[in-house]
Ligand binder design. Structure first.
Ligand code: SAH
Length: 212
């Protein structure tokens, strides 16, 4: 028998499908991931709504639609193997990536969030994730190159350091801008980087420089 949260996660996946998410691997990942464990006790009743929610430290867990869509964009671009995530946050997007790709490397600048996310992923038996406390603008040089890079906070300008860590043929999905943000997809072919606008979005800022 399905538990309550499984039924809720399944309903969320069905909603995202109606909203236009098509990739079955991504929809299965949404349907099998208990989003409530990534959310504070007081907000439990909103855990399976298609909305962003506060996670403390001035940060937010992203809207499920955007999590699914960004993951699907990597899949549609042919990414299957090793991905880098910048901005672990709650760890929910990380869990969806872990169920969709072979290996996930995730960087978070706030130590308390990184530790909490690590505990949650272990609880879900997701062991193909490596996490680092650090500044996402620097990416993760020792783990590069990556077939896919996903940035879950808005960079004021295109993060060139991350593009340099893309494998040839690799793809980066990132929100760019401050007040007016655009979700961008950048495809690498040798030394050529082609940018495509995906959609207007609203993310918390990718903080420059230091770590907490
Ligand atoms: N995908 C996450 C989104 C969290 S919000 C989720 O759904 O839970 C964005 C996250 O990016 C925050 O946790 C924030 O601390 C982190 N972040 C912001 N600037 C960063 C930087 N320079 N390096 C690494 N992480 C950063």
């Amino acid at each position: 028998m399905l538990t309550n949260y499984n039924r809720s996660a399944l309903a969320l996946a069905e909603l995202l499908k109606r909203e236009g998410v098509e990739d079955s691997t991504v929809l299965e990942a949404i349907a099998s991931t208990p989003r409530h464990i990534f959310i504070d006790d007081v907000l439990q009743h909103k855990a399976y709504q298609n909305t962003a929610l506060p996670i403390g430290q001035g940060q937010t867990i992203s809207q499920p639609y955007i999590v699914a869509r960004m993951t699907e964009l990597l899949r549609l671009a042919g990414v299957r193997d090793k991905v880098l995530e910048i901005g672990t946050g709650s760890g929910y997007q990380t869990a969806i990536l872990a169920k969709t790709f072979t290996k996930v490397c995730s960087v978070e600048r706030i130590k308390a969030l990184q530790w909490q996310a690590k505990r949650r992923l272990h609880k879900l038996d997701l062991y193909n994730v490596t996490m680092k406390h650090g500044d996402g603008w620097q990416g993760w040089q020792s783990q590069a190159p990556f077939e896919g890079i996903i940035v879950t906070a808005a960079a004021a300008t295109m993060p060139q350091g991350l593009l340099a860590q893309l494998a040839d043929g690799g793809v980066m999905i990132a929100p760019i801008g401050e007040q007016d943000q655009q979700l961008m997809m950048v495809v690498r072919n040798g030394d050529t980087f082609t940018e495509h606008k995906v959609a207007p979005v609203r993310f918390v800022p990718l903080v420059p420089g230091d770590i907490e």
